[in-house]
Design a protein around this ligand. Structure first.
Ligand SMILES: Cc1ncc(COP(=O)(O)O)c(C=O)c1O
Length: 408
């Protein structure tokens, strides 16, 4: 064979090999296998790109994990504003029989609860919706009202779920600074423009514990363009002591573009069961129902909440505990020369005067977990949940010892 024949034979072998490879590839695809790409980072290459830079919610470590990691026992977590008295006894009693029914799906519309909350607030049931914690309803609101590039206004020192839920929808979040320790409605108002779709206000505010009056809120609501839905998050509504605070259901009754959120995690001690609700005009609630996850509020949560709503005694005991806790902690913090913000909630926002991230670590080693202000843009603050009297005393001891250790 000539050289030319050799070359021809080689070329034809190559053609056959490549057609065999192509056929093999096609067979794989037809069989449902996808060609695999090697991921360049630990973020799925075909996911929505804006999700990569998102900072997911950080709940802090559970006490048991800290105990394991640091070889401690009896770690005290005062970082998530749970009810120090635990669950309402009426709610707990209802759980026994609810367990029986937990093999069937829950009522997806939470009808009994919706009717009860509607009745208590003078609303129609079409104006109430329950959620897997108030936080789920925040995510629903973001899903319903925000498209990429829409804008959201909130405070830079407030509940982080507003920002996270909005960023998931690729919305732009504009955050106003505080005015002292309180929310600055003037600054928020200046951030609103024709692209703004949602405004989130926590009232009382987490982490500062401050409140806004209905009159101030109404003046603010009047400045909002028509396309804006104002979300008034009253997760800590039951804890407010100030008699001038009335909550914001009046906005819903009057037909404003307002959603009021409440949580049963704190007041009824149901944080682990997850349940909260929204009250709004019927068109807003109907819109939110369009994105509702089926059966999102479980059987136990629904039954415990229904029973717990009647537990006035548990709420009264909780409020008394918070009042006494505040009295002790305010005096102890003041005696230590520490600044704090008077709170209308079950937590206190404390200016420790030192680096809060280091203080948080040091306190954790001392067996007490608090929430550092760093995540709220406040590098010297911590937020502490008011606990039982002995827990409050332990918090103060560990706080003061830890401050001494981290002081420059
Ligand atoms: C202001 C605020 N809103 C909503 C929530 C969430 O409440 P839930 O436990 O009902 O989801 C919290 C929880 O800490 C909160 O601080």
């Amino acid at each position: 064979m000539s050289d030319r024949d050799d070359l021809r034979e080689l070329a034809s072998q190559l053609r056959r090999a490549s057609s065999v490879m192509r056929a093999a590839e096609e067979t794989k695809l037809a069989g449902g296998e996808r060609p695999r790409k090697v991921a360049k980072s630990d973020f799925a290459p075909t996911a929505k790109p804006h999700l990569e830079s998102l900072r997911p919610y950080s709940p802090g470590k559970p006490a048991a994990e800290v105990e394991r990691e640091l070889g401690l026992t009896d770690v005290l977590k005062l970082a998530s504003n749970e009810n120090a008295l635990g669950m309402s006894p009426l709610a707990r009693a209802a759980l026994e029989s609810a367990l029986e029914d937990s093999s069937i799906y829950p009522d997806t519309h939470c009808r009994q609860l919706v009717d009860e909350i509607a009745r208590r607030n003078g609303l129609g049931p079409e104006c109430v919706m329950f959620g897997n914690g108030a936080v789920e309803l925040i995510y629903y609101l973001a899903q319903c009202f925000l498209a990429a590039g829409d804008e959201v206004v909130t405070s830079g020192t407030s509940f982080s779920a507003y920002t996270i839920a909005s960023r998931i929808q690729d919305a732009v979040v504009r955050a106003a600074p505080l005015d002292g320790a309180g929310l600055d409605l003037g600054a928020m108002s200046r951030l609103v423009n024709e692209h703004t779709k949602l405004v989130f206000i926590a009232n009382p505010n987490n982490p500062t514990g401050t409140i806004l009056g209905v009159d101030e809120l109404e003046a603010f609501a009047r400045t909002l363009p028509e396309q804006v839905v104002l979300v008034l998050d009253e997760a800590y509504y039951d804890f407010v002591d100030d008699p001038r605070y009335r909550g914001s259901v009046s906005f819903v009754l009057e037909g404003w573009n307002v959603v009021v959120l409440r949580s049963l995690s704190k007041s009824l001690g149901l944080a682990g069961l997850r349940i909260g609700y929204a009250m709004a005009r019927s068109d807003i609630i109907r819109t939110m129902r369009q994105v509702q996850v089926p059966f999102h509020v479980n059987v136990l949560a629904q039954r415990a909440a229904l029973a717990g709503l009647d537990d006035d005694e548990h709420i009264a005991r909780t409020l008394q505990l918070i009042r006494e806790g505040k009295e002790y902690l305010y005096a102890a913090l003041a005696a230590a020369g520490l600044q704090f913000t008077a709170s209308e909630t079950n937590f206190i926002w404390v200016d420790t005067g030192v680096d809060a991230a280091r203080l948080f670590d040091e306190m954790m080693r001392g067996g007490v977990i608090v929430r550092p202000g760093t995540g709220f843009g406040a590098p010297r603050h911590i937020r502490v949940t008011i606990g039982l009297p002995e827990q409050n005393r332990r918090f103060m001891q560990v706080l003061l010892a830890s401050i001494t250790r981290v002081k420059p």
